[in-house]
Design a protein around this ligand. Structure first.
Ligand SMILES: Cc1cc2nc3c(=O)[nH]c(=O)nc-3n(C[C@H](O)[C@H](O)[C@H](O)COP(=O)(O)OP(=O)(O)OC[C@H]3O[C@@H](n4cnc5c(N)ncnc54)[C@H](O)[C@@H]3O)c2cc1C
Length: 641
């Protein structure tokens, strides 16, 4: 019956969180023009509800919030998106929810899940008659090729094997949209508990006894999630005794004591207070974010990258730094002109002439902005505790609480326009780098360098909502959270008779817990018992010990530690290959370039497979690369070889 048009092409998406759902939307948007009424089967595989997937499941605690302002999140590609497929305008998360948001701007993650499920239902509600949709609520555990010659390219169709006992089905083309996959945690020695790495796990956290000491590694977003579940989630309350005054924490008595640190030793700075549709001031001094980068444009980056021997750090990064400086000073001149001693047009003109020469830009900034505290100092922002030593734990706590309070003032007070401008600049520069990366214009080495440099961007721009940072400050003041210090090092000391000092902590001059330290919470070590032990080189002689280690961070992809059965199967047969440390992008799957097809261990490109990794949500009206790339993937799935 189908002879004139041939058998149905079968497409399969493994994983249907936001990325998979967006690709489904793009496939359906492109079918009429690219595939006409030829029969098409669309298989979706995910154990979680399509659209929301695992990260945005609607049954998670309401205390877990998004870190993006709901007004800046959309799943609908609007007219700004320069892609070949048609636009599909639709509401942002804020527009769709239409309800009051947390901290004035942020949706609960489960509400984002409702938006995402609604998005998926909307785009799949009215399918063309030629398209059949199959939703498999299961995990894909393997992908096997049937004999060659039955699919375009002569490779053979692929059989998708599920863990649900459902019979396998055939797919001609497969997209992997699996998000952040888990990695095997290092085992904890007997008697000790280790939680994570990975997203906050409410069940594992619920098992932490009240009053237990917990070492926490990581001060980022997963830390904030864990913190809120272990405090407010256990009945503690945040109150503000005086309007506009500081927040206080009223404990329930059921919270553990957390000893938290990281490489930098400081929590992520919060997002700047969100000002929807900031009103532009008189031109040219405007507080509104510029629409496009001024210096770190895609074309400028491309031009410097095309130089022989170009590196990311040497050529592209100076453009990014110049961009960030320009955003910072533009906002300073607009919002606090009294703190400058030059007119903006003069500064702007000189800046454009001098960039990207960092020394000359710094000289210009010294001339135009008298107070060093008003100048952009990326090194200080990136590592505020670098090189510092502290007299004792109280000294460190005092310093960190002061830093947190200062960050909150900078990002939510009257001068927050400067912080907002920097974050906007970082996001725009990040989008340019993402574009270069996703279009295959960065070599593996350049990508590795870009990821290292852009860790700063992530640190400065991906923080929690300001209210969460204020809550952290209140918890530190209440003694629920004690900061361990920068360069945090954790060792597991086994329990078989190894007493204090046997844990391999270099320069360890005794366990601080033996001394009474009012309020610092350092523990008394019990000789012979297994413990996790945390130290910081900035706090010599202080050791924190606990039975529980919480790795509060997402797992970095690591060769040999993959837990996903599908990836394990394909890696074990050499059909997928992870980059090694020598390639600078350890753990990432080896891909063919911008078209995102995997390369196997023989160097063969699998054109009927596409790897679509996780990405931040796109912002409306920004021609987001997210939509452009998903559109290109969808069109590739619908076109003939
Ligand atoms: C806790 C957390 C909070 C975040 N908050 C934000 C935020 O506020 N703003 C922002 O912009 N970004 C945020 N992100 C970034 C995040 O990566 C994206 O928002 C988004 O979820 C990524 O979409 P995705 O579809 O690629 O991955 P996911 O949302 O993780 O979806 C992947 C899906 O693949 C499925 N899957 C995996 N393996 C298999 C298999 N073998 N078989 C079948 N199905 C499989 C999973 O079940 C999952 O549903 C957050 C990430 C995390 C982890």
């Amino acid at each position: 019956m189908n002879d004139p048009v041939g058998p149905a092409r079968s497409l399969c998406l493994i994983g249907c969180g936001p990325r998979g759902a967006s690709i489904v939307e793009r496939i359906l948007a492109n079918v009429p023009a690219l595939y006409g009424d030829r029969p098409l089967d669309l298989h979706i595989v995910d154990p979680y509800p399509p659209g929301a997937g695992r990260t945005w499941r609607t049954d998670q605690p309401g205390l877990l919030w998004m870190n993006s302002a709901a007004e800046q999140v959309t799943m609908y590609p609007d007219e700004s998106v320069a892609c070949a497929g048609p636009p599909r305008p639709g509401p942002t998360t804020a527009g769709w929810l239409g309800a009051p948001l947390h901290d004035g701007a942020y949706a609960a993650r489960r509400d984002q899940g409702r938006y995402l499920r609604h998005f998926f239902e909307t785009v799949t509600r009215e399918l063309p008659a030629s398209v059949r949709l199959f939703v498999h609520r299961a995990r894909a555990v393997d992908l096997r090729r049937s004999p060659a010659g039955t699919a375009p390219g002569g490779r053979g169709r692929q059989q998708v094997i599920l863990d649900s006992g459902q019979p396998p089905f055939f797919a001609d083309r497969v997209v992997f949209a699996q998000g952040h996959t888990d990695t095997l945690a290092a085992p904890a020695p007997a008697g000790l508990t280790r939680i994570g790495p990975g997203p906050a796990d409410p069940e594992a956290l619920a098992a932490v006894p009240p009053g237990a000491r917990v070492l926490v590694r990581g001060l980022g977003l997963v830390f904030i999630d864990c913190l809120v579940l272990l405090t407010e989630g256990r009945g503690g309350r945040f109150v503000r005794p005086a309007p506009g005054g500081p927040l206080r924490y009223l404990p329930s008595g059921r919270e553990p004591r957390l000893y938290a640190g990281s490489r930098r030793g400081v929590p992520l700075p919060p997002k700047p207070a969100y000002a929807p549709q900031a009103v532009p001031r008189a031109a040219p001094d405007t507080r509104a974010a510029p629409a496009a980068p001024r210096f770190a444009t895609v074309d400028a980056c491309r031009a410097v990258l095309s130089r022989p021997g170009a590196s990311f750090g040497g050529e592209v990064w100076p453009l990014v730094v110049a961009e960030l400086g320009w955003c910072h000073y533009r906002a300073l001149f607009a919002g606090q002109p009294a703190r400058t001693r030059m007119s903006w047009p003069d500064f702007d003109a000189q800046y454009a002439l001098l960039h990207p020469d960092a020394d000359r830009l710094a000289k210009l900034a010294r001339e135009a902005v008298p107070d060093p505290a008003d100048r952009l100092d990326l090194d200080r922002l990136a590592d505020p505790l670098a090189g510092l030593r502290f007299a004792g734990p109280d000294d460190l706590q005092h310093r960190l609480r002061g830093l947190l309070a200062e960050e909150l003032r900078r990002r939510t007070g009257p001068a927050s326009g400067v912080a907002t401008a920097l974050v906007d600049g970082l996001q725009r520069a990040g989008a340019v780098i993402e574009e270069l990366w996703r279009s295959g214009e960065l070599s593996a080495g350049q990508l590795a360098e870009a990821l290292t440099h852009f860790a700063l961007g992530t640190y400065l721009s991906s923080g929690p909502p300001p209210l969460r940072a204020e809550q952290l400050l209140a918890l530190a003041e209440a003694g629920v959270v004690t900061f361990v210090g920068p360069g945090m090092r954790v060792t597991a000391v086994p329990g078989d008779g190894a007493g204090p000092g046997d844990g391999g902590v270099p320069g360890h001059g005794g366990v601080q817990g033996h001394r009474a330290l009012p309020g610092d919470g350092a523990v008394r070590s019990v000789p012979g018992r297994a413990v996790f032990r945390a130290t910081s080189p900035a706090l010599p002689g202080t050791v924190y010990e606990a039975d529980i280690l919480l790795d509060a961070r997402l797992a970095a992809p690591e060769p040999d530690r993959v837990t996903d059965p599908l990836l394990r199967a394909l890696l074990s047969r050499g059909e997928l290959v992870q980059e090694g440390p020598e390639d600078g992008a350890a753990g990432l799957l080896r891909l063919s370039g911008a078209d995102l097809h995997p390369v196997d261990s023989t160097g063969t490109v699998h054109h009927d497979r596409t790897i679509a990794g996780p990405a931040q949500f796109p912002r409306p009206h920004t021609d987001a690369v997210y939509f452009r790339q998903n559109d290109a993937i969808a069109r590739g799935l619908l076109t003939d070889d």
